[in-house]
Ligand binder design. Structure first.
Ligand SMILES: Cc1ncc(COP(=O)(O)O)c(C=O)c1O
Length: 407
């Protein structure tokens, strides 16, 4: 048996996805012109699948901060945070984030993925239980694998199921740590935070909330779902990323818990990897200023969400259940989804294609992420192209499964 034979199933899925034309997992951007436009295969293309929610990747102040930091501190730190990789810039950013969230402590990680790995693998130990939403991001699942706690999955966004599973643990030693996301990136649905918090309190559990997609996009000040729900004080750890609203790369966790800083010498994904380069740290620090000073970015984002979600609904698409900056178009099957995605790209629209096994309930999804920098005319064009291509590939054909997911 060959080394890679066990990936045969995966290879078949990939081959089928590639057969429609472009390889959806290897799209090459030859030039990126703005947060909403790139040249892909010689064609100017509207980007509507990049999680660049506030459009800060080309923000002049972020770019300037980034350039200045590279000139002053060099291109990389060449070391981990616990060796030579802590610069004043890293600590300034941690203070800025703690201040933004009104929290005592903050740790910055080299990616959002590593933030989840680091936090989830260390906050729960061998005696403890992690209760994770079944539709959790891969980084949450991988954090569980890296740690030593017992893992219990509860049904997606189902606080009653969470309650039942916690009930079953009654009498067993150790802590319970619940892990949920603010805004789920597959279907664009939000966690029922009020109900989850009620269950958490009932069982004396801790709560980790991954706000990767909701920081910058939700809450009056952009602090995420917990802020929008008025429940920040009930969340013990907020995890997030710099690769979405903050327009760069990296991750973080904020908390008020006493002893939090011990994780700096306990969390392996923090300790055993190089820290973020100065240019990235400086641009993220400036991005936080932008989020604080320009609430209009969020207003524009949500006006754009309205335009796209309502437009797609009117056109007859089956969508994720909530209006959110992630808009999932649910297609009848992987083949139709692949043809729809290829049709969009051939007409100058890039979105993300997400297929089983990476999707909940085996759904086939073309995922749009909306940006504050999208112009209404660009979005109108996307809607027109989507309508035309959908009719060509039979994307409106019905399946009960799609409607169930749409809620
Ligand atoms: C919910 C969630 N958590 C964590 C991550 C990881 O973040 P990053 O890509 O910045 O490493 C992602 C990325 O897509 C995500 O969607």
């Amino acid at each position: 048996m060959g080394l890679f034979d066990r990936f045969d199933g995966l290879a078949k899925v990939h081959a089928a996805a590639k057969a429609g034309g472009q390889d959806p997992f290897a799209v090459r951007m030859d030039r990126v012109l703005s947060p909403t436009e790139a040249i892909i295969g010689n064609r100017p293309t509207i980007l509507i699948g990049t999680h660049n929610y506030l459009g800060l990747t080309f923000d002049p102040a972020c770019i300037k901060a980034s350039q200045e930091a590279a000139e002053k501190f060099g291109t990389g730190t060449t070391g981990s945070r616990i060796a030579n990789g802590t610069y004043s810039l890293h600590q300034d950013l941690e203070r800025a984030l703690a201040d933004f969230f009104g929290r005592k402590h903050c740790m910055v990680f080299s990616t959002g993925y590593q933030a989840n790995l680091g936090i989830i693998s260390t906050v729960a130990g061998p005696q403890d239980h992690l209760l994770i939403d079944a539709d959790s991001h891969a980084s949450i699942y991988d954090g569980c694998k890296l740690g030593s706690a017992t893992v219990v999955r509860f049904r997606h966004n189902d606080p009653d199921d969470l309650d039942r599973r916690l009930q079953k643990l009654a009498g067993q030693p150790g802590n319970r740590v619940i892990v949920a996301e603010g805004l789920y990136s597959m279907l664009g649905d939000t966690a029922p935070l009020k109900e989850i918090v009620a269950v958490k309190k009932k069982h004396g559990a801790y709560l980790v909330l991954d706000e990767a997609h909701s920081v910058g996009t939700m809450g009056a000040h952009g602090r995420g779902l917990a802020e929008a729900a008025g429940l920040e004080a009930e969340v013990d750890f907020v995890v997030g990323t710099f690769s979405k609203s903050f327009g760069a790369v990296g991750g973080f966790c904020v908390s008020d818990l006493e002893g939090f800083d011990l994780l700096r010498i306990a969390a392996r994904p923090y300790m055993f990897t190089a820290s973020l380069p100065p240019a990235v740290i400086a641009s993220v620090t400036e991005a936080i200023n932008q989020v604080r000073q320009r609430p209009e970015l969020r207003q524009r984002l949500w006006a754009n969400v309205d335009q796209v979600y309502d437009g797609l609904r009117r056109a007859g698409f089956t969508l994720g259940p909530e209006k959110a900056p992630v808009i999932a178009i649910l297609l009848p099957d992987p083949d139709t989804a692949t043809r729809f995605w290829n049709g969009l790209l051939a007409n100058g629209v890039y979105c993300a294609l997400v297929l089983p096994p990476a999707t909940p309930n085996g759904l086939s999804i073309c995922r749009l992420s909306i940006c504050a920098a999208h112009q209404p005319e660009q979005l109108q064009r996307v809607l027109e192209i989507a309508r035309r291509v959908a009719a060509e590939v039979g994307a409106f054909d019905d399946t009960p499964q799609r409607h169930a997911a749409a809620g």
